[in-house]
Design a protein around this ligand. Structure first.
Ligand SMILES: CSC[C@H]1O[C@H](OP(=O)(O)O)[C@H](O)[C@@H]1O
Ligand SMILES: Nc1ncnc2[nH]cnc12
Length: 288
């Protein structure tokens, strides 16, 4: 059986992975447009890895402009079964200190509907389960890897995903806190949705960079502060990936690979051929 491939989507401050061997750059076209950048493939610790910088090299794409569908489609095309997202987030809780790592297990959607976040539509209706939006097995491995590299890491937590690109107002920040969320970011929710539809495991390594703008004893979030914390901690994120990949090379025992089994509602003979052709790679066997 072919060796499973691990995908890494690098967020703000993580535009490349070091220590890869057999490096290749692969530029893909997809039915959903061009991905954020070329995929970098290689091996790390003997495991096949595919890396993609979410905002493109040089950070050119807004959170709302990231071509999420193309990015996930490309990962699927390259054989990826598990995606590790690395992301900068604001902390919404006192005890999550900038520099800490959080492995979120829930998302809350505050985007404004500007992002294409499903592969369904155009003649095929499907509804995947999303009560647990990240892969529990993958997240457990990421948590353990973070512990082992000596990071201060929080297991579980709710990531509220805002549209951006502006950071939140103080009123928003305080209201989000009253809802009990743990961290705030602008990117992970569409990725998690699309990964589920593509039957790919998804887990996040969230690096807390700031206290957003709710904390009276800390400065309000700024890009300058976010970048400074990321630069201090990017090595930790890379070490977590290095530790985790070793344990992710086996066959999956989770249900992520069967997310579409009972998800599709549309009568098969009514699904347009064009739609089947576009989605063949993602869910072909579920459409015929
Ligand atoms: C540079 S601060 C705001 C920016 O950082 C996060 O991006 P990512 O999730 O790709 O690390 C956040 O979601 C915003 O896009
Ligand atoms: N405070 C914040 N709000 C949204 N996205 C972020 N990324 C890092 N810090 C953030």
């Amino acid at each position: 059986m072919a060796q499973p491939v691990i995908g890494v989507i690098g967020g703000s401050g993580l535009y490349e992975i070091e220590g890869f061997s057999n490096v290749e750059e692969i530029r893909l076209e997809t039915p959903f447009g061009d991905p954020s950048d070329a995929y970098i493939t290689g091996t790390l610790e003997g495991v096949k890895l595919v890396f993609l910088p979410r905002h493109g090299r040089g950070h050119r794409l807004l959170p709302s402009e990231v071509p999420y569908r193309a990015n996930i489609y490309g990962m699927k095309k390259l054989g990826v079964e598990r995606i590790i997202s690395v992301s900068a987030v604001g902390s919404m809780k006192e005890e999550i200190v900038p520099g800490d790592i959080v492995i979120p297990d829930q998302f809350f959607d505050r985007t404004q509907g500007k992002r294409a976040s499903t592969f369904f539509g155009e003649g095929v209706v499907g509804h995947v389960q999303f009560a647990d939006p990240v892969c529990g097995d993958l997240s457990a491995v990421l948590y353990q890897a973070a512990v082992e590299v000596g990071a201060t890491v929080h297991r579980g937590g709710t990531y509220i995903c805002i549209e951006g690109p502006n950071f939140s107002t103080r009123a928003e920040s305080n209201i989000f806190r009253s809802w009990g969320v743990d961290v705030i970011g602008m990117t992970n929710l569409p990725e998690a949705r699309l990964a589920r539809e593509a039957e790919i495991c998804y887990g996040t390594v969230a690096l807390a960079t700031d206290y957003d703008c709710w904390h009276q004893e800390h400065d309000d979030v700024s890009v300058e502060a976010v970048i400074a914390i990321i630069q201090q901690n990017v090595a930790t994120a890379r070490n977590i990936i290095r530790k985790a990949v070793n344990r992710l090379s086996g066959v999956r025992g989770c249900a992520c690979g069967e997310a579409l089994k009972y998800a599709i509602m549309t009568r098969k003979d009514l699904i347009p051929q064009e739609t089947i052709d576009r989605l063949d790679l993602i869910m072909g066997q579920n459409l015929r």
